[in-house]
Design a protein around this ligand. Structure first.
Ligand code: COA
Length: 438
């Protein structure tokens, strides 16, 4: 059997389940629509639609115009749109829409789903008004968004249609205005209360100093980081729109390279993603467990119980002690758990420490241990025990020391003897500050 496939499918399943029925707005630069990889991206978009996700595509025109020698004049990254430029933009929108429709239309050929009919909707969803004069320059037919008809778009999505939107809005007097792609996508995602706004651009995401993609950031950290470490122009253009979308209620903004085959699927359906995910708060948190976490806790510990790493525990036992548990969560999915049992006023034990297979080696174990240590310190615990059959080195590397049975509090000693697991016993005492009296 192909273990990679099985593992990948299992990793993807909770995300597929979570995203069913959610709205995803894809902001796609025109150079990506014209790239050889676009038919594969279109196929992935159709696949997401068939899995129950409500898909909205907003396309750009800038790359298309530049490729056709229409560079134009820009003020603060807004194109000064003359009447002649507007004619070109309308032509570009027409061509790009047809290319996108054609690519989506081909998606179900030669697949078992070839009977599925994919339907694409467009329309007068955006009302615009002129941007006016910027830095003393008349921006002419460059516009700003006045209103998005979210209800109309939602009706199309409810009808299982993919909605395709161009970066052009019309005024009540019938004049068409050129809009920027990031602003249009952000406004559409906000009007729809979308789950995700995904920018498919030329950049891989926000990069650290070594050039590696930073997988996730809070928007506050992202804005500060990009001010100090300027990024690819596509990112700098996107970051303000990302901030607006998150403030407007969009749950996640993701930035991925639109040229890379499979990037969209990897970003959506793997823990590590492909590009950078932005949210109002950090995506990773360690928090006290709640009753709704019990199925996840059981899922985490069951395989480890079978392998003999952890003591068996019933759902009832966990329910009765849920206040002892903490979980490690990333982007709403639970990847790990740990619990703190107190025996006396000064002695406690970390137990049920478990990280899911897909979350291993990403630091959740350390975060959970740190959380339990802080919690035990707050409760006045000066002897934190860990009992393990297979993870001795992990605890030793984190400052635990071996100890013998007599060190365990009386009540735990008897359990130890009764369960006959012969676990190794470790203890961690708080470090004394060198300035503290002996
Ligand atoms: C132990 C465990 C919680 C660590 O979780 P994690 O999120 O992968 O841990 P971190 O990412 O913080 O640390 C990973 C590091 O620990 C190391 N590690 C993982 N399991 C280990 C073990 N059994 N012994 C020694 N080191 C181990 C990894 O090799 C990695 O080292 P590296 O950073 O040098 O590459 C996880 O491996 C697990 O769930 N194990 C099975 C359950 C278990 O044994 N629980 C403890 C009983 S109370």
């Amino acid at each position: 059997m192909d273990a990679n496939f099985i593992s990948a499918f299992r990793e993807a399943a909770p995300y597929i389940h979570y995203l069913n029925g959610k709205t995803l707005v894809l902001s796609i630069g025109s150079h990506i629509v014209r790239d050889n990889n676009f038919p594969r991206l279109a196929r992935d978009i159709a696949l997401l639609n068939s899995l129950g996700m409500k898909m909205v595509i907003v396309h750009g025109v800038r790359g298309f115009l530049e490729d056709n020698g229409l560079d134009g004049e820009y003020v603060r990254d807004y194109r000064v749109t003359t009447h002649a430029a507007m004619d070109e933009i309308k032509r570009a929108c027409g061509a790009l829409r047809l290319d996108i429709e054609a690519a989506l239309g081909r998606c179900f050929l030669n697949t078992p789903a070839n009977t599925a009919k994919l339907s694409i909707a467009g329309g007068n969803f955006i009302a615009a008004q002129p941007l006016g004069v910027l830095d003393g320059v008349d921006m002419q037919l460059t516009g700003q968004i006045r209103k998005i008809d979210g209800e109309q778009i939602k009706r199309c999505l409810a009808n299982n249609q993919i909605v395709l939107i161009s970066p052009v809005g019309h005024s009540l007097s019938g004049v068409s205005y050129n809009l920027t792609l990031p602003e249009t996508s952000s406004a559409v995602a906000t009007a729809l209360g979308a789950e995700k706004l995904i920018f498919l651009c030329r950049a891989n995401g926000i990069l650290d100093e070594d050039g590696s993609v930073i997988p996730d950031l809070s928007i506050k950290d992202a804005v500060e980081y990009c001010q100090k470490n300027p990024q690819h122009t596509d990112i700098m253009r996107t970051i303000q729109a990302a901030e607006n979308a998150l403030k407007g209620g969009v749950s996640r903004v993701q930035i991925i390279n639109g040229f890379a085959d499979g990037a969209l699927l990897k970003e959506l359906f793997t823990r590590t993603g492909f590009g950078t995910a932005l949210a109002n708060h950090s995506l990773t948190q360690i928090r006290p467990a709640q009753m709704r976490d019990i199925p996840d806790i059981m899922r985490l510990i069951d395989p480890l119980v079978q392998r003999g790493n952890l003591l068996p525990r019933t759902q009832n036992e966990i329910e009765n002690h849920i206040n002892e548990f903490a979980v490690a969560e990333h982007d709403r999915l639970v990847y790990g758990c740990a619990a703190l049992k107190t025996f006396t006023a000064t002695a406690g034990e970390i137990y049920c420490l478990a990280v899911s297979e897909h979350g291993r080696g990403l630091g959740y174990g350390d975060l959970l241990l740190e959380y339990i240590e802080n919690l035990s310190a707050k409760q006045g615990i000066t002897q934190l025990f860990a009992l393990t059959t297979r993870t001795a080195d992990w605890f030793i590397e984190r400052g635990f020391e071996p100890c013998d049975l007599t060190t365990l509090p009386e009540i735990r000693r008897q359990q130890y003897i009764d369960n006959k697991r012969n676990s190794k016993i470790f203890i961690k005492k708080p470090q004394k500050s060198p300035f503290q009296a002996a």
